[in-house]
Design a protein around this ligand. Structure first.
Ligand code: CDP
Length: 197
């Protein structure tokens, strides 16, 4: 079965948690596409060469989840040649046999517009910054500033800006528990799978 779940949304909205839960529930593979951009940013040097030469071990660095790596990722992510170098890998992952969940910024709009399920997961900037602060610690107002700066860059770029696809189900998790958000996402996927018979 070829079945793609595209999850897009702004920084720290809970895409990864929902993506992992859906993959576990339905036995699909999961790709956190943000990690590709984080790895390109973290490699340093020429970002286009870094994207073209990306290898699986680059995704295993233990510093990729830091705020600095997030900023570096969103800076290299505005470069069209960087994005282009990562398209084929993501498309193959999305349409390989067995079902796939991909989370990112442009999965439902650019990478896989034919995805069977599209979710746009969001929450207020304050709630998202609080969640990220619980993970990374430090100064909470700096984390909020970082989230806002990255949102503005991701939404404002010319190539593949962050936006909800017209046919995406929007999930605002500002006032939802993780369990409730995951349950809602599972229900959307189940409904689509049932509809296919
Ligand atoms: O985990 P978080 O939501 O904070 O970020 P991420 O998903 O790891 O993405 C890091 C950065 O990579 C984003 O701010 C985007 O600039 C970029 N990105 C992108 O442009 N397209 C994607 N499909 C995924 C990430």
């Amino acid at each position: 079965m070829i079945f793609t779940v595209a999850i897009d949304g702004p920084a720290a909205a809970g895409k990864g948690t929902i993506g992992r839960a859906l993959a576990a529930r339905f036995g699909f593979r999961h790709l956190d596409t943000g990690l590709l951009y984080r790895a390109v940013g973290a490699k340093g040097g020429d970002p286009v060469a870094a994207a073209e030469g990306l290898v699986p071990s680059d995704l295993e660095r233990d510093d990729l989840r830091s705020l600095a790596a997030g900023q570096a990722a969103s800076k290299v992510a505005v470069i069209p040649e960087v994005r282009a170098a990562l398209v084929d890998f993501q498309r193959r992952f999305a349409r390989a046999e067995g079902g796939a969940v991909l989370d990112g910024r442009d999965i439902g709009t650019v990478i896989c517009p034919e995805a069977e399920v599209k979710l746009y997961v969001t929450a207020s900037a304050e709630v998202r910054a609080h969640r990220r602060w619980l993970e990374v610690g430090g100064d909470q107002s700096l984390v909020l500033a970082e989230v806002r700066e990255r949102d503005a860059r991701d939404m404002g770029r010319a190539d593949a800006p962050l936006r909800a696809a017209a046919d995406a189900v929007v999930l605002d998790t500002s006032e939802m528990t993780v369990e409730a958000a995951v349950a809602r996402a599972i229900a959307v996927v189940e409904q689509t799978l049932e509809g296919r018979g």
